[in-house]
Design a protein around this ligand. Structure first.
Ligand SMILES: Nc1ncnc2c1ncn2[C@@H]1O[C@H](COP(=O)(O)OP(=O)(O)OP(=O)(O)O)[C@@H](O)[C@H]1O
Length: 460
């Protein structure tokens, strides 16, 4: 139970040149077609097995929501087919499925019936739905007076009142407040743990890392890469970066499937498939690392991925590494002072160059990034051939584990740590391991906040 099979799926919308063309085509069919087909999805093939948690990732307009609509049956495919096995619960567009004039309670009953529950079953589940949604007396108000957050609360509470075999979520949780999001993620995790198959669209990469064991990158309506979240997010970030710089996105790494890695065997479409995304990288696409930028990984780097590397010829990154006491270091004890050294060389003159770095953990998540611009440092104008070394020293209060350093050079600092132009980015340029500091307090998490604890007792 809980599997999804998508084969040769395609979706095209009819586009008419003018407002009357549709009517004219309808009343004068013998005069031929007046529309042209706009393909928003083509040649989509994948299989999701029961119990997998899969993220669909892509820039705005890539076709993710359309794909979810085809999978959940709210839109019909133009080509190909979708087969799902098991009960599907879906949270698609906000408000979809709710009637604005009916109360939350009435909508809950109707929505429950749509997912296969009887009126009696929904009625029995209602106290739990109300408790989860936490919208108080609004449950008996018409949905048209609900805020968007309240609609999501009710929609999620109803859709997940009973554990579904397949849970499909399209970005919906981004609307709720942080406490509600946490509650939803806890329920999703519990359901996944119990065997629910998850298909999840999100631009929140942290959520993708924490919920999904596989990801599919949709680019210009096609599958560009089907692999581990880390590889897919790397390629997605590379697409965003290359598009911003007006360059053709890099193709997906094509690898021979391995038998023992399950979903993490990368499968990619032909390189050309990802070449012309239909929408600009914008909206909620995560800002590419502020200046930090990547390049080909050396053999000892923790990640084999180089898709996030970039170079426009304006500068090179000659050396990137971690230093302790002025010596290159591959390991460091947590809380000790370390220095990331980035050596760059400029091929031409730039008025406002900046250098940055990013540290990523073994899952590929950025645990820290900054750059000279964000730190209020000015390199000043550089000339052709000039080399600049930037050193960033910090207390490495990171959790024990493996990390990589990504570095970048950019020109023209602007606004929130963004840049006019990325000159070079070297992804996972070097790797290091953080060892536990036996002198530190016992802690767990991402970083040691080195807390001070004060206790006060009151005599009774
Ligand atoms: N009813 C429609 N008629 C015509 N074109 C449509 C229709 N619905 C969607 N599209 C187009 O299909 C493309 C894919 O849209 P879709 O909403 O699936 O993208 P998306 O990846 O979910 O984007 P976002 O991240 O912004 O939600 C877009 O170019 C969109 O304009």
């Amino acid at each position: 139970m809980g599997s999804i099979h998508v084969s040769q799926l395609g979706k095209a919308y009819k586009q008419y040149p003018g407002r009357w063309s549709r009517l004219l085509e309808w009343v004068t069919p013998f005069l031929g077609q007046r529309h042209r087909l706009k393909w928003v999805l083509q040649d989509i093939d994948f299989h999701i097995a029961a119990g997998e948690s899969v993220a669909l990732i892509g820039v705005n307009g890539a076709g993710k929501s359309t794909l979810l609509k085809l999978i959940t049956g709210t839109a019909q495919p133009t080509t190909g087919a979708v087969a799902t096995h098991g009960r599907v619960a879906a949270l698609l567009e906000l408000g979809m499925g709710f009637h604005p004039d009916f109360t939350g309670r009435q909508n809950a009953v109707m929505a429950g019936q749509l997912i296969g529950l009887s009126v009696e079953e929904v009625t029995a589940l209602m106290p739990g739905i109300e408790a989860f949604a936490e919208i108080g007396d609004y449950i008996d108000q018409p949905v048209r007076v609900y805020s968007s957050g309240m609609q999501v609360r009710l929609a999620f509470a109803v859709a997940t009142a009973v554990r579904p075999d397949i849970l499909v979520i399209d970005e919906a949780l981004a609307v709720g407040d942080v406490f509600f999001q946490q509650k939803c993620y806890e329920r999703i995790r519990a359901y996944c743990h119990a065997g629910t198959t998850l298909l999840f669209v999100s631009h929140a990469m942290g959520a993708v890392y924490s919920l999904c064991n596989r990801a599919i990158l949709i680019s210009a309506g096609r599958v560009a890469l089907d692999s581990s979240p880390r590889e897919v997010i790397d390629l997605y970030n590379a697409h965003v970066l290359h598009q911003r710089e007006g360059k053709t996105p890099p193709p997906a790494p094509v690898r021979a499937p391995t038998s023992d890695t399950g979903a993490s065997s990368a499968t990619a479409n032909a390189p050309g498939a990802a070449g012309a995304p239909g929408a600009p990288a914008q909206g909620h696409a995560p800002a590419p690392a502020p200046a930090p930028a990547p390049a080909p990984a050396p053999a000892d780097a923790a990640s084999p991925s180089t898709v996030g590397s970039f170079a426009n010829g304006g500068a090179t990154l000659d050396a990137v590494g971690l230093y302790v006491d002025d010596q290159p270091a591959a390991t460091i004890v947590s809380d000790r002072v370390a220095t990331v050294r980035v050596e760059s060389r400029f091929a031409q003159g730039y008025a406002d160059p900046h250098i940055g770095f990013q540290i990523r953990n073994a899952r590929g998540e950025a645990v820290f990034m900054t750059n000279t611009y964000c730190m209020g440092q000015t390199i000043g104008p550089v000339g052709p051939g000039e080399a600049v070394r930037a050193e960033f020293s910090f207390k490495a209060s990171l959790a024990p584990g493996d990390y990589t350093i990504t570095a970048g050079v950019a020109e023209g600092g602007a606004g929130e740590g963004d840049f006019r132009q990325t000159l070079a980015r070297q992804q996972d340029a070097s790797a290091f391991t953080v060892l536990r500091n036996l002198d530190a307090i016992v802690w767990s998490g991402v970083c040691n906040l080195d807390p001070i604890c004060e206790l006060q007792r009151q005599a009774v």
